[in-house]
Design a protein around this ligand. Structure first.
Ligand SMILES: Cc1cc2nc3c(=O)[nH]c(=O)nc-3n(C[C@H](O)[C@H](O)[C@H](O)COP(=O)(O)O)c2cc1C
Length: 185
């Protein structure tokens, strides 16, 4: 499976980026390609002027177009996904996500905007053609405690359980495909 993560946080040290990395690590066994696009590293002038011809943006768009599974991670900003993520999603051609499975992830300061994935991000993913959108995973900052020595975070048990539940359909599909491959003629 060709897996591409899109990280929509403008922050260098980012909980949503870390959650995306954790997710992609857990999917390692399914991945032929396991690629992560941090939108903050793309050509900012190109993003701001919606210039899809800039090399870094063009290559990122091509990587998304080639994916089977797209994992989209964002911080919640003002009750929605980040503006940085929107700048990138706006550059994806119509129907880029058709035929792909999409997994949304978000981190937020509190549970107040838990539904932002449903009312804000999912409609945009649908507009890009996504029909197979897995249950999103939302984590509060409290559920991702800072781990200063590593510069990473420590997820709490409830978050890990929710993440594994969200990934289960992908792992089940892989198991079923393996089972079919092992069926005697
Ligand atoms: C400009 C700004 C706006 C924010 N707005 C919200 C919000 O509306 N709701 C919320 O739950 N958290 C909000 N937060 C908190 C972030 O969503 C939260 O800290 C998140 O984990 C940051 O993700 P990141 O570390 O990947 O950037 C906001 C943070 C910033 C900097």
């Amino acid at each position: 499976m060709n897996i591409v993560g899109i990280s929509g946080s403008p922050s260098l040290r980012s909980r949503s980026h870390w959650l995306l990395q954790l997710t992609q690590t857990r999917l390692e066994g399914l991945a032929r390609v396991n690629d992560l696009i941090a939108v903050r590293t793309l050509d900012s002038a190109a993003l701001l002027s919606a210039d899809a011809r800039a090399a870094s943006v063009r290559q990122a768009v091509e990587r998304v177009a080639a994916a089977d599974l797209v994992v989209v991670a964002t911080p919640i900003y003002k009750a929605a996904y980040s503006g940085l993520l929107k700048l990138f999603l706006d550059l994806l051609p119509q129907d880029t996500l058709r035929g792909k499975t999409v997994l949304p992830l978000a981190t937020g300061g509190s549970l107040a905007h838990l539904l932002a994935l449903d009312y804000a991000l999912k409609p945009v993913l649908s507009a890009l053609g996504a029909r197979d959108i897995l249950d999103g995973v939302f984590a509060t900052d409290q559920q991702l405690a800072s781990h200063d020595e590593s510069g990473g975070y420590v997820p709490d048990a409830a978050l890990l359980e929710r993440l594994d539940r969200a990934l289960q359909p992908l792992l089940d599909a892989k198991g079923a495909a393996l089972g079919r491959a092992l069926q005697p003629y």
